[in-house]
Design a protein around this ligand. Structure first.
Ligand code: UD1
Length: 348
């Protein structure tokens, strides 16, 4: 069987480097594009160390169509895994145009070349932020109810809470039209809170400076790099007053992309589009995350109650049954295992 070649945009980032490893280990050839603005070459060296060889890498900004086209000329891509975006929600609120320029213009240049070079299969890494942010304002789940599911794929997508979310929403819509009018086959994978490290402990989420997201923040507090965690408010109508999320292990998340590609690969028509929520279906509150992290690290996690961040959504979680039924996928890694794995890394 011919080895398939995948273009992976922003393949040196935290989640996407996991994708490169998983796809290479499943006998795909990956070609990485990254402008290194938000990632560093040491991650590429770590990918190399894990695989024992170097996947092809080009330092290209997606907005630079000429340079991007040089890569398209060199390879015959079977499909594209499109990750390229900036993803810090607070930064997108401060610099919305910067986000639109990077995420949207970059995507347009990519889609133009895909069309010119007849590469029609794409998996887009989308987000639960595409769902109507007003709908998440009731602070569900109601106290004590564990089984309540919130967003499902048929729910309305619009009214995003920040420019980062708007770029996801717009790209999904552009892809929707490209499937209708340009025969693209598209899968939008909507996820929210990917966490933790690669089992090799060579790749992990370790942002410079103060992390924005809960998981790396907690690990930095547990390892005494930071003195305490701010819990962004504790009086919501949830099980313990803090907001809930669905945290998914990054390795599980990437496995899901492999399943999604199998679906695209077996199509016997073009113009396909579908959306999937990639969540575990098990939600956890911020206080529960603190307790789980204490159990995993055997460290104290001091915290203080702080005001809500203005872009924060209320509790967000979803019904994962569509992915389970169609992609035949469920999350395998427990939260405790993810946390223990991450801690081994931070404790190294
Ligand atoms: C945000 C994005 C999401 C993106 C994810 C990972 C929105 C609305 N959300 O999710 O699309 O995939 O980042 O980049 O666009 N918290 C604290 N203290 C902290 C940090 C967080 O209490 O120091 C709380 C937050 O209030 C929230 C939960 O922990 O309830 C998770 O926050 P975070 O990890 O930042 O992710 P989201 O905001 O859920």
């Amino acid at each position: 069987m011919k080895q398939k070649t995948i273009l992976i945009t922003w393949g040196i980032g935290y989640i996407w480097s996991h994708a490169v490893i998983a796809f290479e280990q499943t006998w795909y050839k990956t070609v990485i594009i990254d402008n290194l603005d938000n990632s560093c070459l040491s991650t590429y060296r770590n990918i190399w160390e894990i695989l024992w060889y170097k996947p092809d890498f080009y330092e290209v900004d997606l907005r630079n169509k000429e340079k991007l086209e040089e890569v398209f000329k060199k390879y015959s891509f079977d499909w594209v895994l499109h990750f390229a975006w900036l993803k810090a929600v607070w930064e997108s609120c401060e610099k919305p145009l910067h986000y639109f320029d990077n995420n949207l213009v970059g995507s347009l240049r990519l889609f133009e070349l895909m069309q010119s070079y007849n590469v029609k299969n794409i998996i887009f890494s989308s987000s639960a932020t595409v769902y109507d942010s007003n709908r998440s304002i009731p602070t569900f789940p109601p106290k004590g109810e564990r089984s309540f599911n919130w967003f499902s794929e048929n729910d309305l997508t619009w009214n995003t809470s920040n420019p980062y979310g708007t770029t996801k929403f717009l790209i999904e819509n552009i892809l929707n039209d490209l499937s209708k009018f340009a025969s693209f086959n598209v899968i939008n994978l909507r996820y929210f809170n990917p966490i933790w490290a690669h089992p090799s402990w060579l790749i992990w989420e370790n942002p410079d400076g103060l992390p924005n997201n809960l998981s790396p923040f907690i690990m930095k507090v547990a390892s005494w790099e930071l003195p305490y965690l701010n819990v962004f408010w504790d009086d919501y109508e949830t099980i313990d007053g803090s907001w809930v999320r669905d945290y998914i292990d990054v390795v599980d998340l990437i496995d899901w992309h492999l399943k999604a590609y199998e679906l695209l690969e077996n199509l016997d028509f073009s113009g396909f589009i579908d959306n999937f929520n990639l969540w575990t279906g098990k939600w956890v509150s911020v206080f529960e995350m603190i307790q789980e992290s204490k159990n995993a690290t055997w460290k104290d996690i001091p915290f203080k109650i702080a005001p809500r961040r203005n872009w924060d959504l209320a509790s967000v979680y979803c019904n994962p049954s569509k992915s389970k039924n169609i992609l035949e996928w469920t999350a395998k890694t427990s939260l405790q295992d993810s946390l223990k794995n991450a801690w081994k890394f931070y404790n190294k």
